[in-house]
Design a protein. Structure first.
Length: 425
């Protein structure tokens, strides 16, 4: 079958890399893609939210399956667009429909879902600019640090954690009254702070059955020791060493099962990936957030550990037979280190030539913010490339990634040198 992957980041390069290995895939397209996907697929210069242009490409290239990478097209209803079009409704779309995508599109929607289905999560309240004074009063009832979340999509930057009450009040005003995140912060969710260590759980579902992929842990902050500004992710490790069998069982029983059952009870049409952001508080898992797609850079360590034919799994998700699939996982650990542009996550320059990619040995470079220009690979985004390695331990895998990073160069290249630092404890 001919398959189209929507997106242009490291996650989509990893999808393409895994799909290209399948004998079930005849032709592979990525829209818009990057320099990495260009090597294994046909890039199509189309925006992920330009549904009419996507339709033309699907019909012109006889595409039978669309795998949606990022959240934006899902929240905007790309799956519904296909279902409601007579020429497209036969095409399989991997990704939830718009109503279910609100789990990521609205923090308030997600919290209400969690509460309704008795899934463990932080206490919260939500506020608008008309109730900002009530927001100040709610902050006064909490102990620091204070967690403020823009309700809508803010490109991974809509969550602010502050120690000082006055700063938290000022931030709430900035988000609600001054529209710091535009439409995304017309509503703000304030949560109690949960103290613990974070990890990510990835679930595949066909709407009624589910399969759990390996756990991963990513590193969001730009600076060593988890300091500085939040980013889209600076690296990841899989499996998570502290996730024991007993803890994984708690995740499945208390969180995964009620989540999938919640989709059924609420009639939320969901075929795709469920990312569950978790925090281990004491010995118990609690949900921080849902994403309605695979995480990035966690995809770059989770999919390389999947031994199955990925297209076979995608087909089973699409036709409701996921229960027939037996997931096989590589016992080795996988790690990835993200190379970013100087200045990221704030202002950064693009168009810097990347050298040394073809000298990498024993690691997989997953391209993200990188494109081909005049025959050269150049930077095109903040997060540029993820260097993934396998190892018998995560320490061994990390070491391999760092050894290969030394062969790479672009102007003002930056990366964290301490991925996995907190797992030694």
């Amino acid at each position: 079958m001919n398959i189209l992957v929507l997106g242009s980041g490291g996650r989509e390069h990893t999808f393409a890399w895994k799909i290209a290995q399948s004998s079930l895939c005849d032709k592979l397209f990525v829209a818009p893609g990057n320099s990495g996907t260009a090597e294994i697929a046909t890039n199509i210069n189309v925006s992920v939210t330009d549904f009419e242009s996507i339709k033309k490409q699907v019909l012109n290239n006889n595409i039978e399956m669309v795998v949606v990478g990022p959240e934006d097209p899902l929240v905007k209803g790309v799956h519904d667009f296909f279902l409601n079009d007579d020429e497209l409704k036969h095409v399989s779309v991997i990704g939830p429909q718009k109503e279910a995508a609100e789990l990521e599109g609205s923090k308030e929607f997600a919290k209400e879902f969690l509460y309704r289905h008795n899934i463990p999560t932080a206490a919260y309240e939500s506020f608008t600019k008309d109730t900002v004074e009530k927001g100040y009063a709610f902050l006064e009832t909490l102990n620091p640090p204070y967690v403020l979340k823009a309700d809508g999509l803010a490109a991974g930057k809509g969550v602010v954690i502050l120690e000082d009450l006055d700063e938290a009040k000022a931030e709430l005003k900035s988000m609600l009254v001054d529209a710091k995140f535009g439409e995304a912060s017309t509503k703000v969710v304030i949560e109690e702070f949960l103290d613990g260590i974070e990890l990510s759980c990835f679930v595949l579902t066909d709407g009624k059955n589910y399969k759990i992929l390996p756990t991963a842990k990513d590193y969001k902050r730009i600076g060593e020791g988890d300091t500085g500004l939040n980013t889209g992710g600076m690296g990841a490790v899989s499996p998570v060493p502290f996730a024991t069998d007993e803890f994984l069982n708690k995740i499945e029983e208390r969180i995964v099962k009620p989540t999938i059952n919640g989709f059924k009870k609420d009639n939320l049409p969901y075929v795709g990936f469920v990312f569950i952001g978790l925090i281990k508080v004491g010995d118990d898992p609690k949900v921080i957030e849902y994403n309605v797609r695979m995480g990035d850079p966690e995809t770059e360590v989770v999919l390389p550990r999947l031994k199955n034919d990925f297209v076979e799994i995608l087909q089973a998700m699409s036709n409701g037979t996921l229960d027939k699939i037996n997931i096989e996982i590589d016992e080795r650990a996988a790690t990835t280190i993200m190379l970013v542009s100087g200045g990221y996550p704030e202002a950064y320059e693009k168009g810097k030539e990347i050298t040394g990619v073809n000298t990498i040995e024993g690691s997989i470079p997953f391209h993200a913010g990188a494109i081909l220009k005049d025959g050269k690979i150049v930077t095109s985004g903040g997060r540029v490339m993820a260097i993934t390695s396998y190892g018998n331990t995560y320490q061994e895998a990390i070491k391999k990634s760092y050894q290969n990073i030394e062969k790479l160069h672009f102007d003002k290249m930056n990366y964290r040198k301490d991925i996995g630092f907190d797992l030694q404890k």
